[in-house]
Design a protein around this ligand. Structure first.
Ligand code: CMP
Length: 160
C-alpha cells in the first residue's frame, strides 16, 4: 500500500475494484465507479438472516461479494424459493427502478458479504447512463416475469 493513502481510501479502492468487477457496472467511468464506491458500504449477514424484506421500501441495491442468497416469496402461507444468487450477482434493483416496494424477501443462504449501494448515489449514475438502466432493467423484467408466472401457477394449483 502507498504510504500516503489512508485506510479509508484503501477501503474505497477495494470497493471500487469490486464494483467494477460486476458486469452491469462495466460501462461506468472510473470517476463514476469511485463516486458509487463512496456511497457503498460492506455488510456481512449470517445464514438465514434477511437482507431485504418483501413489501419494504427500497433504499438501496446490493451486490454479493461472498456467499449466496435465496430469493423467496410466500405462497399459500409457505416460503417458496424463487431463485438463488451468488458472487457478483446483484439484487434490490427492482424497487430502485420502479419505486415499488420490495418484490421478494432475500435471505443469506450462508455467511454472505454484500456491498450496499445507496439509492441516492445510484440515481444520478442511472440518469447519466441509459445503457446501464437498460441492462439492469432487462434483468429486472426477466425476474419480474418469473415472479409473475410463479404466482399464477401457485394460484392455479391452489384453486385446482
Ligand atoms: P427488489 O424488488 O428491490 O427486492 C427484492 C429483490 O429480489 C428484487 O429487487 C430482485 O433483485 C430480487 N428478485 C426478485 N425476483 C427475482 C427472481 N425471479 N430472480 C432473481 N432475483 C429476484
Amino acid at each position: 500500500p502507498r504510504a500516503e493513502e489512508t485506510p479509508i481510501q484503501e477501503l474505497r479502492d477495494t470497493i471500487s475494484e469490486r464494483l467494477s468487477q460486476v458486469s452491469i457496472f462495466a460501462p461506468l467511468s472510473d470517476e463514476e465507479t469511485a463516486k458509487l464506491a463512496r456511497a457503498t458500504t460492506t455488510r456481512v449477514f449470517a445464514p438465514g438472516e434477511a437482507i431485504v424484506r418483501i413489501g419494504a421500501e427500497g433504499k438501496s441495491m446490493f451486490v454479493i461479494t461472498r456467499g449466496s442468497v435465496r430469493v423467496q416469496v410466500m405462497e399459500n402461507g409457505y416460503p417458496r424459493i424463487v431463485n438463488t444468487l451468488g458472487e457478483n450477482d446483484f439484487f434490490g434493483e427492482m424497487s430502485l427502478l420502479t419505486g415499488e416496494p420490495r418484490s421478494a424477501t432475500v435471505v443469506a443462504a450462508e455467511e454472505t458479504e454484500v456491498l450496499r449501494i445507496n439509492k441516492s448515489a445510484l440515481k444520478p449514475i442511472f440518469e447519466g447512463n441509459p445503457e446501464l438502466v437498460r441492462s439492469v432493467g432487462e434483468i429486472a423484467e426477466e425476474r419480474k416475469e418469473k415472479l409473475r408466472s410463479m404466482a399464477e401457477r401457485a394460484t392455479e394449483a391452489h384453486e385446482a
